[in-house]
Design a binder for this molecule. Structure first.
Ligand code: NAD
Ligand code: ZN
Length: 255
């Protein structure tokens, strides 16, 4: 539980900051109906086998893994999901001119749907709204690929080269996009407050922006229901539901 003192301290850190960098994880989208991976109700907590679909070598070598991945994409809760109060609080932070960058590990696109400017969002683990060919790199809208699956193609190949198609997300064993990682690191180096929300902060290299910001002099605030890997370097920690805590955190005095 978050104490009133903890909330007060975190609010003061946000109020005093002028260049905030936010790092979000799956926890900000669970209240929109998209399960996280490692939380108590997480996809991997309940079904460790699901991790295979997110591992590039399994995806490439095993057609059955790909067929299962396509079926899972068809049924994904993400297509029906709408942004929640947590996403909207970050739009408010941007409106106040405080938000320098919004780095998200999420692939659901809900920050942009909520109204965050695409120009400040870094989708460090890619997006499910597009597919990418693992052979020729061509990208296309996810919806077109899903239509092919609905029409009976269990593992639709690339239309240009016949290669393997995958959602345009970063799987385990796949490199991040260099330019995205550099943008995230540059932002972390020049912020005065790093706000980490809804992440276990255990997925690297992106979790590394938290100590990077701290070493460059920024204050660190963490909002998460459970302990994270970076709690020991945080200036304030808020534990509880993100959809309730974030609006309070960014609220200005008198609101
Ligand atoms: P994670 O699953 O490792 O951790 C999520 C954390 O959020 C957990 O500690 C959980 O306790 C906390 N949490 C969940 N709901 C919360 C709530 N309502 N209020 C407060 N805390 C809450 O997530 P991660 O660190 O982002 O890493 C998972 C990886 O999987 C990411 O790289 C991401 O790309 C991907 N992923 C994305 C989505 C998405 O796009 N929505 C969903 C699942 C996984
Ligand atoms: Zn191709």
């Amino acid at each position: 539980m978050t104490s009133a003192d903890g909330l007060f301290a975190a609010q003061a850190l946000v109020r005093d900051a002028s260049r905030v960098v936010v790092l979000t994880g799956a926890g900000i989208s669970t209240e929109s109906g998209i399960p996280d991976f490692r939380g108590p109700e997480g996809v991997w907590t309940k079904n460790p086998d699901a991790e295979k679909m997110a591992t590039l070598s399994h995806y490439v070598s095993d057609p059955e893994v790909r067929r299962r991945a396509w079926r899972a994409r068809l049924e994904s809760a993400a297509w029906q999901a709408s942004p929640n109060a947590g996403h909207r609080a970050l739009v408010e932070l941007e409106r106040r001119g405080k938000l320098a960058a919004l780095i998200t590990q999420n692939v659901d696109g809900l920050h942009q749907r909520a109204g965050s400017s695409p120009g400040i969002v870094v989708e460090i683990h890619g997006t499910i709204h597009e597919v990418a060919c693992l052979d020729c790199g061509e990208r296309a809208p996810m919806e077109r690929a899903l239509e092919r699956v609905r029409a009976g193609e269990e593992d639709p190949p690339c239309r240009s080269c016949g290669g393997i198609l995958k959602s345009a997300t970063i799987s385990f064993g796949q490199n991040l996009v260099d330019e995205d990682l550099r943008r995230a690191q540059r932002a972390a180096l020049s912020c005065d407050l790093l706000l980490a929300i809804g992440s276990t902060l255990s997925v690297y290299p992106i979790a590394g922006v938290v100590p990077l910001a701290r070493d460059a002099g920024a204050r660190i605030v963490i909002v998460n229901a459970e302990p994270t890997a970076m709690d020991d370097i945080a200036d304030a920690i808020l534990r509880g539901p993100i959809g309730e805590l974030l609006p309070l955190l960014v609220a200005e005095e008198g609101e």
